[in-house]
Design a binder for this molecule. Structure first.
Ligand SMILES: C/C1=C2N=C(/C=C3N=C(/C(C)=C4\N[C@@](C)([C@@H]5N=C1[C@](C)(CCC(=O)O)[C@H]5CC(=O)O)[C@@](C)(CC(=O)O)[C@@H]4CCC(=O)O)[C@@](C)(CC(=O)O)[C@@H]\3CCC(=O)O)C(C)(C)[C@@H]/2CCC(=O)O
Length: 206
């Protein structure tokens, strides 16, 4: 009925070739470029590169952390679900505490969102972790507050929340911090893009 590509490997090959042809990757370090390609693949926006901000060592430090067995701490189940387990170099734990039964009460007590309150349950795993925030701006703001208050520091923060309220501001705050990070400045972001960034960092096979 329709003439369309049915070979998964070929779809991937053509897709990545199109991104490399259309996106302006020239100014990016090679490892950040690999991550950017996969993020663009997840959202279809080749102009994403202009909004990327990163620290030069973020990919190598996040990779080293994963190889050493660091957990991946995610703000939303959607991010955690998107992480391809077989790419992880040390069968790393992928953690999302948002659905913990204690979180709704904690959020009410702290007067914040469930996404932000859920980070209280990260404290004993934060040291050297890879943090992946793809949905909730309040989670990213709270992470930065916790670290200012003396919480352990993660190895790297992929701060890519999406939206209109607090998203751009929370990512600007991360970019201004001394944490190793990747952000997409502005309103764009999301769980799929964030999971894609984790997958690219975990192992780049294309
Ligand atoms: C204000 C919130 C925003 N959510 C956005 C976009 C999406 N969220 C989806 C889903 C299914 C979930 N969002 C929650 C995290 C929920 N979203 C919020 C909160 C109210 C506050 C977060 C914040 O502002 O920092 C948040 C609830 C909370 O109290 O923390 C979610 C937990 C709600 C729920 O279902 O209980 C849930 C996450 C489930 C999970 O994966 O664990 C969407 C799929 C929207 C939908 O259902 O229609 C979508 C996914 C986007 C993505 O790529 O991740 C915004 C736009 C990010 C928005 C924050 C900013 C804004 O401008 O409003």
């Amino acid at each position: 009925m329709f003439d369309y590509e049915k070979d998964g490997a070929e779809i991937y090959r053509q897709s990545f070739a199109t991104i490399r042809a259309e996106a302006d990757l020239a100014g990016l370090p090679a490892d950040v470029s690999q991550v950017a390609v996969r993020m663009i693949h997840a959202c279809g926006m080749v102009d994403l590169v202009r909004d990327l901000a990163y620290t030069p060592e973020v990919v190598s430090r996040a990779r080293a952390a994963l190889r050493a067995g660091a957990p991946i701490l995610c703000d939303a189940q959607m991010v955690a679900s998107g992480v391809t387990r077989k790419r992880l170099p040390a069968a790393n734990d992928v953690v999302c505490t948002l659905s913990d039964p204690s979180v709704p009460d904690l959020a009410a007590k702290l007067g914040t969102t469930r996404s932000a309150a859920a980070l209280e349950l990260w404290r004993d795993r934060l040291d050297g972790a890879v943090v992946a925030i793809g949905n909730a701006p309040t989670a990213l703001f709270r992470l930065l507050e916790m670290i200012r208050e003396g919480a352990p520091r993660p190895a790297a923060v992929l701060g890519i929340p999406v939206g209109f309220i607090g998203a751009a501001e929370s990512k600007d705050a991360l970019a201004a911090s001394d944490l190793d990070h990747i952000v997409v400045r502005g309103r764009r972001g999301g769980s799929a893009m964030t999971a894609a960034a984790v997958n690219a960092i975990a192992s780049e096979v294309e």
